[in-house]
Design a protein. Structure first.
Length: 86
């Protein structure tokens, strides 16, 4: 699957920014059919980001949200700046 069909867009709400700073996590809205491995591979190939863990859930609006934890040596805020989120 194409990385840009899996990752729809990043989330930059107040909670998402707090998670970036405190837990080193990025938040994305992803394709409903995407698995955790699909999301991990898409971020690796499309954006050259190393991933520690991926947690997903479906929102009440029917969108799939992915919380992506990055390794400690790669600050999420730096990656967000590179991606143009911040």
């Amino acid at each position: 699957m194409d990385p840009f069909k899996i990752i729809k867009y990043p989330v930059s709400t107040e909670k998402a920014v707090r998670l970036m700073e405190s837990d080193n996590k990025l938040t994305f809205i992803v394709n409903l059919k995407a698995t955790k491995n699909d999301i991990k591979d898409a971020l690796k190939k499309g954006f050259d980001i190393d991933i520690k863990t991926v947690r997903t859930f479906i929102t009440p609006e029917g969108k799939k949200k992915a919380y992506v934890t990055l390794p400690k040596d790669k600050p999420a805020i730096d990656v967000a700046t590179q991606l143009g989120i911040m």
